[in-house]
Structure formats: C-alpha cells, structure tokens
Design a protein around this ligand. Structure first.
Ligand code: SF4
Ligand code: SF4
Length: 288
C-alpha cells in the first residue's frame, strides 16, 4: 500500500510545550485559517515555486531546478530571510516526509520521548498522513507507550474526526473567538466547525486541552469570556483550559503593532474560570 507523504515545515525532536511530557513535534505546512495573530505565519501557504525567495537566501541554499524550488538543508543557516520574502506565507524549506521517515526519527529519540504532536499550520489538512502515522506508531512494539496528539484549529468535519480519533490519544483544540463575526474577522472562517470539533473530541474523551488566545480589545472582552465560560460549562466534566497570552513576537502584518495582553487580565480571567468551577486552568509560564 502506498502511504501518503506529508509536507512538513519543521520538526522539533523534543518539546515540553506541545502536550504532555517531552514530545517530538511536526509542524505541518498549510493552514485553512489565515489568522492575523498567527505566530507561525510561514506555515499557512503552500509553495507554488514562484522563486521570489531565491534571491533572498544569503547562502544559496535555494535553487530553481526544472521549475521547482529546491532546498539544500546543508547550506541553510536558518536566517529566515526566505520566509520574509515569500508573498503567500509559504516556506521553501518545507520538505516531503514519509511515515517511515518519522518512524526512524522516533526510534532514534525513543528513550527521551513521551509522544508525538502534529501541529502546524493545520495538521488535519494532511489527515491521511496523520492517520497512517499514528496507526503505524501504535502498531510498532518499539514505540509502545508513545502517545499521539493533534494540535488543531478544529476546522475538520465530523467524518474527518471519526477517522482520526480512533488512532489519536489527545486533541489540543484552539477556539479563536466565540462571536461568529469576530471569529470570521480574525481567521477568515466560521467557528461553527471548531465548536463542533471540541464537542466531538470531548464526547470521545480525547479533548486533552481547550485553548483560548487572549488578545487585547478583541478576544478578552467580557462578552467573549462569558461565552467561553458557557461553552466549557456546556461541555461538562473536568476540562483542561489553557489561556494563551497574545504577544507580537513571530507575528506578521497588523498584529505586529498590537499590544501584549496584560498579565493581570489573563490571571483575572483564569481566576474567574476557576470560580465558575471550570478547569484546571493553565496560564502562560513565560510573559513577553
Ligand atoms: S532560512 Fe535558510 S534557505 Fe531561508 S534564506 Fe536563510 S539560509 Fe536561505
Ligand atoms: S516559498 Fe514562497 S516565495 Fe519561495 S518559491 Fe515558494 S511561493 Fe515563491
């Protein structure tokens, strides 16, 4: 059987901030949201081989071969100049990987790992690969005990989750905003699927964490927080809620001029969620 290849922007062999324990993280290329506040904006687009980034590379790590942009990782100094040059928020450094390639990396790092997280971009856009990878990990005796997590914007439909959840151990799901018009303005998409995905993952016992990014004067309003509380209460049961604090580092465009959210505001919302009987509530450990 031919397993699908994935286009992956970056692989972190170890991370302690992308799910429980120490995890390998795959940043999948491509996203169906266009979030103004995205901290990995170069993972949104898919490269169309226009070549605009080639002159920006100071080390000739990028070349055009037969109409395709070719990346030589051995020459790359990770300056990110090519990312700044791309007009469609893509990356010429995203490379194709087979399931077998990721399994090899996992075998090499097994002793240090608790699991793997697919992030992005939006990993469910490449759900055929994710399904095949997670199934292969669970079937591999040498990888027994590794957990498989998805970090998602939740825009996948019910049929997609029905196929993914049986091989998935946990979902970390972002709700960008509750007011539909605000969500559309922030992402270019409706939030109906994200809200539905949270319910689906929670009902399956696979919603590891609901995430909410607090942006000053946008998603931190009392009206939004009231909707966050109501949504979590409706889900019911213990629910891990992570409040993320907006900072401009890594963003592009208008978000570079937005202020950081005051720590006191995030902590106050955390206390309010707790006083409503919700949580555990996880707050940022680093404030920028
Ligand atoms: S990040 Fe690498 S490929 Fe991109 S411009 Fe810098 S050296 Fe070149
Ligand atoms: S990464 Fe962007 S600029 Fe570079 S070839 Fe692809 S689409 Fe063009």
């Amino acid at each position: 059987m031919n397993l699908p290849l994935a286009r992956i922007s970056k692989i972190l062999p170890w991370s302690c901030v992308d799910g429980p324990g120490n995890r390998m993280v795959l940043f999948m290329q491509g996203c169906n949201f266009a979030c103004a506040a995205c901290h990995n904006p170069h993972t949104i687009g898919q490269c169309n081989d226009c070549g605009d980034c080639i002159p920006a590379c100071p080390t000739a790590a990028l070349t055009m071969v037969a109409g395709r942009v070719v990346f030589d990782p051995s020459l790359c100094t990770q300056c990110d100049d090519c990312l700044k040059a791309c007009p469609i928020s893509a990356s010429p450094m995203a490379l194709p990987y087979a399931v077998a390639d990721i399994l090899t990396l996992l075998h090499q790092n097994r002793a240090f790992l608790s699991g793997i997280t697919v992030s992005g971009g939006e990993p469910t856009l490449q759900s055929g690969f994710v399904r095949a990878l997670f199934a292969a990990i669970h079937a591999d005796p040498a990888l027994t005990g590794l957990t498989c997590f998805i970090d998602s914007n939740g825009h996948l439909g019910a049929q997609g989750w029905a196929a993914l959840l049986p091989v998935t151990d946990g979902v970390m799901l972002d709700i960008k905003a509750f007011e539909p018009a605000l969500h559309f303005a922030m992402t270019g998409r409706s939030n109906a699927r994200s809200l539905s995905s949270a319910r689906i993952a929670h009902a399956a016992g696979k919603l590891y964490e609901l995430r909410y990014l607090m942006i000053p004067d946008q998603t931190d309003s009392d009206a939004e927080i009231r909707q966050l509380i109501r949504f979590c209460q409706d889900l019911g049961g213990p629910l891990r809620i992570r409040l993320n604090a907006f900072h401009r580092q890594g963003t592009a465009g208008a978000a570079q001029n937005w202020p950081s959210i005051p720590r006191s505001r995030v902590e106050a919302v955390g206390e309010r969620l707790g006083s409503e009987g919700l949580g555990p509530v996880i707050l940022p450990t680093v404030w920028l």
